[in-house]
Design a binder for this molecule. Structure first.
Ligand SMILES: O=P(O)(O)O[C@H]1O[C@H](CO)[C@@H](O)[C@H]1O
Length: 317
Protein backbone atom coordinates (compact mmCIF):
# COMPACT_ATOMS: atom_id res chain seq x y z
CA UNK A 1 0.00 0.00 0.00
CA UNK A 2 1.29 3.44 -0.94
CA UNK A 3 1.88 6.14 1.68
CA UNK A 4 -0.57 8.98 1.80
CA UNK A 5 0.19 12.63 2.49
CA UNK A 6 1.80 15.53 0.61
CA UNK A 7 0.58 17.54 -2.30
CA UNK A 8 -2.83 17.72 -3.92
CA UNK A 9 -3.78 16.04 -7.20
CA UNK A 10 -0.64 14.21 -8.17
CA UNK A 11 -2.36 10.97 -7.37
CA UNK A 12 0.29 9.79 -4.97
CA UNK A 13 -0.62 11.68 -1.86
CA UNK A 14 -3.14 14.29 -0.90
CA UNK A 15 -3.29 16.93 1.79
CA UNK A 16 -5.60 19.87 2.26
CA UNK A 17 -3.44 22.96 1.74
CA UNK A 18 -5.30 25.51 3.81
CA UNK A 19 -8.33 24.90 5.96
CA UNK A 20 -11.13 27.16 4.77
CA UNK A 21 -14.35 28.10 6.40
CA UNK A 22 -17.09 28.42 3.85
CA UNK A 23 -20.42 30.04 4.60
CA UNK A 24 -23.23 27.71 5.59
CA UNK A 25 -26.16 27.50 3.21
CA UNK A 26 -29.52 25.80 3.24
CA UNK A 27 -29.03 22.85 0.97
CA UNK A 28 -30.84 19.60 1.13
CA UNK A 29 -28.41 18.04 3.58
CA UNK A 30 -24.86 18.73 4.63
CA UNK A 31 -22.31 19.55 1.95
CA UNK A 32 -19.00 17.72 1.84
CA UNK A 33 -16.00 19.87 2.56
CA UNK A 34 -12.76 19.69 0.64
CA UNK A 35 -11.24 18.04 3.70
CA UNK A 36 -13.84 15.26 3.67
CA UNK A 37 -13.09 14.50 0.03
CA UNK A 38 -9.37 14.46 0.81
CA UNK A 39 -10.20 11.88 3.46
CA UNK A 40 -12.08 9.83 0.85
CA UNK A 41 -9.25 10.11 -1.68
CA UNK A 42 -6.66 9.14 0.91
CA UNK A 43 -8.74 6.13 1.92
CA UNK A 44 -8.81 4.98 -1.72
CA UNK A 45 -5.08 5.64 -2.23
CA UNK A 46 -4.39 3.50 0.80
CA UNK A 47 -6.36 0.60 -0.69
CA UNK A 48 -4.67 0.41 -4.09
CA UNK A 49 -1.33 1.09 -5.73
CA UNK A 50 -3.04 2.13 -8.97
CA UNK A 51 -2.66 5.87 -9.58
CA UNK A 52 -5.38 6.58 -12.16
CA UNK A 53 -4.99 9.31 -14.78
CA UNK A 54 -8.27 8.63 -16.58
CA UNK A 55 -11.65 8.17 -14.91
CA UNK A 56 -14.55 6.36 -16.55
CA UNK A 57 -18.19 6.62 -15.52
CA UNK A 58 -20.23 3.66 -16.73
CA UNK A 59 -23.74 4.49 -17.88
CA UNK A 60 -26.89 2.43 -17.25
CA UNK A 61 -26.34 -1.10 -18.49
CA UNK A 62 -22.77 -0.19 -19.48
CA UNK A 63 -21.05 -1.55 -16.36
CA UNK A 64 -19.26 -4.13 -18.49
CA UNK A 65 -16.95 -1.31 -19.62
CA UNK A 66 -15.16 -1.93 -16.34
CA UNK A 67 -14.55 -5.53 -17.41
CA UNK A 68 -11.96 -4.09 -19.77
CA UNK A 69 -9.82 -3.31 -16.78
CA UNK A 70 -6.82 -5.56 -16.19
CA UNK A 71 -5.52 -6.27 -12.67
CA UNK A 72 -8.84 -4.93 -11.32
CA UNK A 73 -9.20 -3.91 -7.69
CA UNK A 74 -12.81 -3.26 -6.69
CA UNK A 75 -14.01 -1.16 -3.78
CA UNK A 76 -17.74 -1.17 -2.98
CA UNK A 77 -19.31 2.26 -2.50
CA UNK A 78 -20.64 1.28 0.90
CA UNK A 79 -17.07 0.72 2.09
CA UNK A 80 -15.84 4.16 0.98
CA UNK A 81 -16.03 6.98 3.54
CA UNK A 82 -18.45 9.78 2.54
CA UNK A 83 -19.64 7.96 -0.61
CA UNK A 84 -23.33 7.69 -1.49
CA UNK A 85 -24.71 4.28 -2.53
CA UNK A 86 -26.09 3.27 -5.94
CA UNK A 87 -29.80 2.50 -6.00
CA UNK A 88 -30.53 2.04 -9.73
CA UNK A 89 -30.69 -1.29 -11.53
CA UNK A 90 -27.80 -1.56 -13.98
CA UNK A 91 -25.46 0.41 -11.67
CA UNK A 92 -23.38 -1.99 -9.56
CA UNK A 93 -22.03 0.45 -6.99
CA UNK A 94 -18.30 -0.05 -6.99
CA UNK A 95 -15.09 1.67 -8.01
CA UNK A 96 -12.77 -0.43 -10.13
CA UNK A 97 -9.07 0.50 -10.20
CA UNK A 98 -6.71 -1.06 -12.74
CA UNK A 99 -5.40 -0.65 -16.27
CA UNK A 100 -6.95 -0.22 -19.69
CA UNK A 101 -4.41 -0.48 -22.51
CA UNK A 102 -1.70 -0.17 -19.81
CA UNK A 103 -3.11 3.21 -18.72
CA UNK A 104 -3.97 3.46 -15.00
CA UNK A 105 -7.71 4.13 -14.66
CA UNK A 106 -10.53 4.18 -12.18
CA UNK A 107 -14.07 3.34 -13.28
CA UNK A 108 -17.33 4.02 -11.53
CA UNK A 109 -19.53 0.99 -12.02
CA UNK A 110 -22.62 2.85 -10.97
CA UNK A 111 -23.29 6.58 -10.95
CA UNK A 112 -25.59 8.74 -8.85
CA UNK A 113 -28.65 10.46 -10.25
CA UNK A 114 -30.68 13.40 -8.99
CA UNK A 115 -33.89 11.35 -9.07
CA UNK A 116 -32.40 8.92 -6.53
CA UNK A 117 -32.75 11.75 -4.04
CA UNK A 118 -29.18 13.01 -4.11
CA UNK A 119 -28.55 16.72 -4.63
CA UNK A 120 -26.47 17.41 -7.73
CA UNK A 121 -23.30 18.25 -5.79
CA UNK A 122 -23.53 14.82 -4.14
CA UNK A 123 -24.11 13.06 -7.48
CA UNK A 124 -20.81 14.59 -8.60
CA UNK A 125 -18.77 13.95 -5.47
CA UNK A 126 -16.91 11.05 -7.12
CA UNK A 127 -15.68 13.38 -9.88
CA UNK A 128 -13.97 15.57 -7.29
CA UNK A 129 -12.58 12.50 -5.58
CA UNK A 130 -11.18 11.40 -8.95
CA UNK A 131 -9.50 14.80 -9.28
CA UNK A 132 -7.88 14.35 -5.87
CA UNK A 133 -6.71 10.88 -6.92
CA UNK A 134 -4.81 12.49 -9.80
CA UNK A 135 -7.28 11.83 -12.64
CA UNK A 136 -6.77 14.29 -15.49
CA UNK A 137 -9.46 13.23 -17.94
CA UNK A 138 -13.00 11.99 -17.49
CA UNK A 139 -14.82 9.68 -19.88
CA UNK A 140 -18.51 9.85 -18.97
CA UNK A 141 -20.79 7.36 -20.69
CA UNK A 142 -24.56 7.25 -20.55
CA UNK A 143 -27.65 5.63 -21.96
CA UNK A 144 -29.86 8.15 -23.73
CA UNK A 145 -32.99 8.45 -25.80
CA UNK A 146 -32.38 9.40 -29.43
CA UNK A 147 -34.26 12.57 -30.32
CA UNK A 148 -32.48 13.25 -33.60
CA UNK A 149 -34.64 11.43 -36.17
CA UNK A 150 -31.52 10.14 -37.96
CA UNK A 151 -30.34 8.25 -34.90
CA UNK A 152 -30.97 4.53 -34.55
CA UNK A 153 -31.13 2.39 -31.43
CA UNK A 154 -27.62 1.12 -30.72
CA UNK A 155 -25.88 4.19 -32.21
CA UNK A 156 -23.16 5.91 -30.20
CA UNK A 157 -23.17 9.69 -29.88
CA UNK A 158 -20.00 11.60 -29.11
CA UNK A 159 -21.24 14.51 -27.03
CA UNK A 160 -20.22 17.76 -28.71
CA UNK A 161 -22.05 19.94 -26.20
CA UNK A 162 -24.86 19.91 -23.68
CA UNK A 163 -27.81 22.02 -22.63
CA UNK A 164 -28.04 22.25 -18.87
CA UNK A 165 -31.84 22.27 -18.53
CA UNK A 166 -31.73 21.79 -14.77
CA UNK A 167 -29.26 24.64 -14.54
CA UNK A 168 -31.77 26.95 -16.24
CA UNK A 169 -33.88 26.51 -13.12
CA UNK A 170 -30.91 27.21 -10.85
CA UNK A 171 -30.12 23.59 -10.03
CA UNK A 172 -26.39 23.29 -10.58
CA UNK A 173 -23.75 21.07 -8.92
CA UNK A 174 -21.66 24.21 -8.27
CA UNK A 175 -24.53 26.03 -6.56
CA UNK A 176 -23.56 27.29 -3.12
CA UNK A 177 -20.26 28.43 -1.65
CA UNK A 178 -17.33 27.94 -4.00
CA UNK A 179 -14.13 26.29 -2.82
CA UNK A 180 -11.36 27.76 -4.95
CA UNK A 181 -9.20 24.73 -4.22
CA UNK A 182 -11.40 22.91 -6.71
CA UNK A 183 -11.94 25.72 -9.19
CA UNK A 184 -13.19 29.24 -9.89
CA UNK A 185 -16.56 30.69 -8.93
CA UNK A 186 -17.53 31.27 -12.56
CA UNK A 187 -16.04 28.53 -14.74
CA UNK A 188 -16.38 28.84 -18.53
CA UNK A 189 -18.26 26.02 -20.25
CA UNK A 190 -17.86 26.79 -23.96
CA UNK A 191 -15.10 24.19 -24.33
CA UNK A 192 -16.68 21.62 -22.04
CA UNK A 193 -16.07 18.64 -24.36
CA UNK A 194 -12.42 18.41 -25.34
CA UNK A 195 -11.88 19.05 -29.05
CA UNK A 196 -8.89 16.67 -29.45
CA UNK A 197 -10.75 13.85 -27.70
CA UNK A 198 -13.72 14.27 -30.03
CA UNK A 199 -11.48 14.34 -33.09
CA UNK A 200 -9.60 11.23 -31.97
CA UNK A 201 -12.90 9.47 -31.16
CA UNK A 202 -14.05 9.98 -34.75
CA UNK A 203 -10.72 8.66 -36.08
CA UNK A 204 -10.91 5.62 -33.80
CA UNK A 205 -14.49 4.95 -34.93
CA UNK A 206 -13.19 4.75 -38.50
CA UNK A 207 -10.32 2.47 -37.52
CA UNK A 208 -12.75 0.11 -35.78
CA UNK A 209 -15.11 0.32 -38.73
CA UNK A 210 -17.97 1.52 -36.55
CA UNK A 211 -18.15 5.05 -37.97
CA UNK A 212 -21.54 4.23 -39.51
CA UNK A 213 -22.99 4.03 -36.00
CA UNK A 214 -21.03 6.86 -34.36
CA UNK A 215 -22.67 10.30 -34.35
CA UNK A 216 -21.84 13.61 -32.73
CA UNK A 217 -24.48 15.76 -31.08
CA UNK A 218 -25.97 17.69 -28.20
CA UNK A 219 -27.07 15.95 -24.98
CA UNK A 220 -29.40 17.23 -22.34
CA UNK A 221 -30.09 15.98 -18.84
CA UNK A 222 -33.51 16.16 -17.25
CA UNK A 223 -34.19 15.43 -13.61
CA UNK A 224 -36.20 12.23 -14.18
CA UNK A 225 -37.15 9.65 -13.12
CA UNK A 226 -40.09 9.75 -15.52
CA UNK A 227 -39.34 9.63 -19.21
CA UNK A 228 -40.45 12.69 -21.17
CA UNK A 229 -43.82 13.68 -22.58
CA UNK A 230 -44.29 14.15 -26.32
CA UNK A 231 -44.56 17.91 -25.85
CA UNK A 232 -41.38 18.06 -23.78
CA UNK A 233 -39.45 16.09 -26.38
CA UNK A 234 -40.70 18.31 -29.18
CA UNK A 235 -39.58 21.34 -27.22
CA UNK A 236 -36.11 19.83 -26.71
CA UNK A 237 -35.92 18.98 -30.40
CA UNK A 238 -36.61 22.62 -31.28
CA UNK A 239 -33.79 23.62 -28.95
CA UNK A 240 -31.33 21.49 -30.90
CA UNK A 241 -31.05 18.52 -28.54
CA UNK A 242 -30.05 15.21 -30.17
CA UNK A 243 -30.12 12.88 -27.16
CA UNK A 244 -31.89 12.98 -23.80
CA UNK A 245 -30.85 11.46 -20.49
CA UNK A 246 -30.81 12.01 -16.74
CA UNK A 247 -27.10 12.26 -15.97
CA UNK A 248 -23.66 13.41 -17.19
CA UNK A 249 -24.22 17.18 -17.51
CA UNK A 250 -23.59 17.90 -13.82
CA UNK A 251 -20.62 15.50 -13.79
CA UNK A 252 -19.11 17.33 -16.75
CA UNK A 253 -19.65 20.73 -15.13
CA UNK A 254 -17.95 19.50 -11.96
CA UNK A 255 -15.06 18.00 -13.92
CA UNK A 256 -14.50 21.17 -15.95
CA UNK A 257 -14.72 23.27 -12.79
CA UNK A 258 -11.68 21.41 -11.45
CA UNK A 259 -9.95 21.53 -14.84
CA UNK A 260 -10.30 17.93 -15.94
CA UNK A 261 -10.52 17.27 -19.69
CA UNK A 262 -13.81 15.66 -20.65
CA UNK A 263 -15.12 13.21 -23.20
CA UNK A 264 -18.70 11.95 -23.09
CA UNK A 265 -20.39 9.21 -25.06
CA UNK A 266 -24.11 8.42 -25.24
CA UNK A 267 -25.44 5.02 -26.20
CA UNK A 268 -28.78 5.56 -27.94
CA UNK A 269 -30.95 2.98 -26.19
CA UNK A 270 -34.40 4.02 -27.32
CA UNK A 271 -36.16 6.29 -29.72
CA UNK A 272 -37.72 9.39 -28.17
CA UNK A 273 -41.42 9.38 -29.01
CA UNK A 274 -42.30 12.74 -30.52
CA UNK A 275 -45.75 11.89 -31.90
CA UNK A 276 -49.03 11.00 -30.22
CA UNK A 277 -49.63 8.36 -32.93
CA UNK A 278 -46.63 6.36 -31.86
CA UNK A 279 -47.28 3.32 -29.66
CA UNK A 280 -43.77 2.77 -28.23
CA UNK A 281 -43.03 3.71 -24.62
CA UNK A 282 -39.55 4.16 -23.16
CA UNK A 283 -38.60 1.73 -20.41
CA UNK A 284 -35.50 0.97 -18.36
CA UNK A 285 -35.39 -2.74 -19.38
CA UNK A 286 -34.92 -1.76 -23.01
CA UNK A 287 -32.20 0.68 -21.95
CA UNK A 288 -30.34 -2.14 -20.16
CA UNK A 289 -30.89 -4.58 -23.07
CA UNK A 290 -29.31 -2.21 -25.57
CA UNK A 291 -26.37 -1.76 -23.19
CA UNK A 292 -25.87 -5.54 -23.24
CA UNK A 293 -26.27 -5.63 -27.03
CA UNK A 294 -23.51 -3.07 -27.52
CA UNK A 295 -21.18 -4.12 -24.70
CA UNK A 296 -18.44 -5.64 -26.91
CA UNK A 297 -18.29 -2.67 -29.24
CA UNK A 298 -18.31 -0.25 -26.33
CA UNK A 299 -15.51 -2.11 -24.58
CA UNK A 300 -13.30 -2.07 -27.70
CA UNK A 301 -14.08 1.54 -28.42
CA UNK A 302 -13.39 2.81 -24.92
CA UNK A 303 -10.13 0.80 -24.65
CA UNK A 304 -8.85 2.36 -27.82
CA UNK A 305 -9.97 5.80 -26.72
CA UNK A 306 -8.11 5.49 -23.42
CA UNK A 307 -5.02 4.37 -25.29
CA UNK A 308 -5.18 7.41 -27.58
CA UNK A 309 -6.41 10.05 -25.12
CA UNK A 310 -3.48 9.47 -22.82
CA UNK A 311 -1.25 11.33 -25.27
CA UNK A 312 -3.32 14.48 -24.79
CA UNK A 313 -3.26 14.56 -21.00
CA UNK A 314 -1.54 17.53 -19.38
CA UNK A 315 1.80 16.52 -17.86
CA UNK A 316 2.63 17.19 -14.22
CA UNK A 317 4.67 20.39 -13.81
O1 LIG B 1 -27.51 8.25 -17.65
P1 LIG B 1 -27.41 6.83 -17.26
O2 LIG B 1 -26.91 6.63 -15.89
O3 LIG B 1 -26.65 6.02 -18.28
O4 LIG B 1 -28.91 6.24 -17.24
C1 LIG B 1 -29.97 6.59 -18.10
O5 LIG B 1 -30.83 5.48 -18.08
C2 LIG B 1 -31.78 5.63 -17.01
C3 LIG B 1 -33.16 5.50 -17.60
O6 LIG B 1 -33.35 4.25 -18.20
C4 LIG B 1 -31.58 7.02 -16.44
O7 LIG B 1 -30.84 6.94 -15.26
C5 LIG B 1 -30.80 7.71 -17.53
O8 LIG B 1 -30.01 8.77 -17.05
Amino acid sequence: MAPVNADIVNGSKVTSPVKKTLPEVEDNGKRYSYEMLVETANFLLSKTDVRPVIGVICGSGMGSLAENISQPECIAYEDIPNFPISTVEGHHGKLVFGYISDVPVVAMQGRFHYYEGYPLWKCCLPVRVMKLLGVKALIATNAAGGLNPNYKIGDLMIVRDHINMMGFAGNNPLHGPNDERFGPRFPPMNKAYNYEFRKVAKEVAKELNIDNMVREGVYTCLGGPNFETVAELNMLKMLGVDAVGMSTVHEVITARHCDMSVFALSLITNECVTSYDHDAEANHEEVLDVGRMRQDILRDYVSKLVNRFVKYLPQNP
